[in-house]
Write a protein that binds this ligand. Structure first.
Ligand code: ADP
Ligand code: MG
Length: 519
């Protein structure tokens, strides 16, 4: 289908043209008869009028049907045209060639068929015209044979010339129409490509006008932040962005955070101003979720720090341990050799011993932490080990006991080190208990399941942490507790890593913390 053809719909026009044809035939006949009462043999007059009126009526109905239910007539158009040629020839026969009244309609029909069926169709119709016309010519008695030869030649030539030229013309029209369609399509495609690119950028893109009103936003922006109201100023949801919109910097890059479904999401924001001829015309705000990248960065940073600090300190720790052991031994001996110590003195000695114990624990934990290799030779049933760890914590009367909610998928086994993994679980659970000391309904939910990978999640409703604390918890010696060593999570991190697993933390201050280990 070509554009021009669709716009005009050649087929529909052809049906109309055929109705017109019959209307014209009727009108011509009537007018001519009024002016020349004998031009049609009277015996045939009634049937001819009757026939023409009938044909007109039928065509009218057919065209109407075709209009209501397009295309039902289109298939048979060629046959209809052939029939038209026969009817015109019939009329010509009765009217006699002398008046040449209906000759014109041959050309009319040839042209119609050219329009619809190009050269081949037009030649077919022209051939029928030529044949029937020649027959009519042959039987006509009103003209001399000289005129007949002349009429025969001139009409036949004009039939075929019109058929051929009309056919070619209509073919050209088709090609032209197609070209227009193609051009129109590529312009539209170009426009669509622009939208496609904007919509498929995996960053949220918001365009603002000079008054900081939203004029456009893409798919990603919608899925990150919901629908924006077009024409409204960038809402209070984006105060950090609004701040830089009116300054003079052509480009600003910064980071914002949002809490989504209980976890913190980081967005890198790029605001660039659109200036034309030195006048602010608007801004483009590009936002990208960089949470994953940040986590990765944090992980590698922590790792580097751990490695450096660890090596240095391991040496020192080892050196402290031996004198410490002799110190605590000596004090114990000394205490025994003095018999009449008063209470204060006993208390002092107890303090000394308790503190040396603590120091010892610290050093043991530390050495555990910096010890380079551990064997990963156990088949560890995670659900079992977790239940065991929870039982151990439950027995510890010094810890605030939360409600433990366990949702553990059975039969998940990893290759690893059983004792070390138990240390990991204990450390995380005990930390959670500490964090929930002030919670009114302390609750620790532990979930173990396998999707693509094995995921283990500890979610408490304790104190949570602010960003600053969160960024440091895996560092050795970082603690917020008066009696903490700050080594628990550092050790956890290291063991998890040795198991080729990852650990992530999501936390909201005052609401709780989620540790997630993925094997
Ligand atoms: P320690 O327990 O000796 O303080 P850790 O390395 O185990 O050392 O933990 C470091 C710090 O991380 C803790 O002092 C605490 O501030 C924070 N922390 C750990 N777990 C949680 C938790 N579940 N909720 C809130 N803060 C936590
Ligand atoms: Mg701890």
């Amino acid at each position: 289908m070509t554009l021009i053809k669709t716009a005009l719909d050649i087929k529909n026009i052809s049906h109309l043209a055929r109705i017109t044809l019959y209307l014209l035939l009727l009108v011509f006949t009537v007018i001519y008869q009024v002016r020349n009462p004998y031009f049609i043999n009277l015996d045939f007059l009634i049937p001819i009028y009757g026939f023409l009126t009938l044909a007109l009526g039928i065509n009218f109905i057919l065209a109407f049907l075709n209009f209501r239910k397009p295309k039902i007539l289109d298939e048979s158009l060629m046959y209809l045209l052939l029939a038209d040629v026969a009817i015109v020839s019939g009329l010509l026969y009765f009217a006699g060639l002398q008046s040449s009244l209906y000759l014109f309609f041959y050309l009319y029909l040839i042209f119609l068929s050219a329009l619809n069926f190009h050269v081949r169709g037009a030649i077919t119709i022209a051939a029928l015209c030529s044949f029937l016309f020649s027959v009519v010519l042959f039987f006509d008695t009103g003209i001399t044979s000289n005129t007949k030869i002349f009429l025969f030649m001139i009409n036949n030539v004009s039939f075929f010339v019109v058929a051929f030229m009309g056919g070619i013309l209509s073919q050209r029209l088709d090609v032209l129409g197609e070209e227009v369609v193609v051009k129109d399509k590529s312009i539209r495609e170009l426009k669509n490509v622009n939208q496609l690119i904007v919509d498929n950028i995996k960053s949220s893109l918001i365009t603002l006008d000079e008054k900081n009103r939203v004029i456009q936003f893409n798919q990603e922006a919608r899925s990150m932040f919901g629908d924006f109201e077009l024409g409204a100023e960038l809402s209070s949801q984006f105060l950090e962005i609004a701040k830089v919109l009116d300054d003079d910097n052509p480009v600003s890059v910064f980071e914002i955070t949002r809490v989504r479904g209980g976890s913190t999401v980081f967005y890198e924001v790029l605001v660039s101003k659109i200036n034309l001829d030195g006048i602010r015309r608007g801004s483009i705000v590009l936002m990208q979720d960089v949470t994953e990248r940040k986590k990765q960065d944090e992980r590698s940073k922590t790792q580097e720090k751990l490695a450096a600090v660890g090596q240095l300190a391991a040496g020192i720790a080892h050196e402290i341990r031996n004198p410490l052991a002799s110190m605590s031994g000596s004090i114990q001996l000394l205490a025994k050799s003095f018999e009449n110590l008063d209470d204060d003195q006993k208390k002092l000695i107890a303090i000394t011993l308790k503190e040396t114990d603590r120091l010892n624990l610290l050093i043991s934990e530390f050495l555990e932490f910096v010890r380079p290799q551990i064997a990963l030779e156990d088949k560890v049933d995670l659900a079992k080990l977790l239940s065991e760890s929870v039982e151990i914590v439950k027995l510890n009367s010094q810890l605030k006991q939360p409600d433990f909610i366990l949702d553990l998928q059975d039969g998940l086994v990893v290759d690893g080190n059983r004792d070390k993994l138990k240390q990991v679980f204990l450390n995380i659970i005990i930390n959670a208990c500490h964090a929930m000391e002030k919670s009114s309904h302390p609750k620790l939910k532990i979930t173990l399941k396998k999707n693509k990978k094995i995921e283990l999640v500890f979610a408490d409703n304790g104190s949570g942490m602010d960003e600053k604390i969160k960024s440091k918890i895996f560092e050795p010696f970082f603690t917020t507790k008066s009696k903490g060593t700050g080594l628990g999570l550092a050790l956890v991190h290291k063991i998890v890593e040795l198991h080729s697993a990852t650990i992530e933390v999501d936390t909201v201050l005052g609401q709780g913390t989620v540790f997630k280990i993925v094997f």
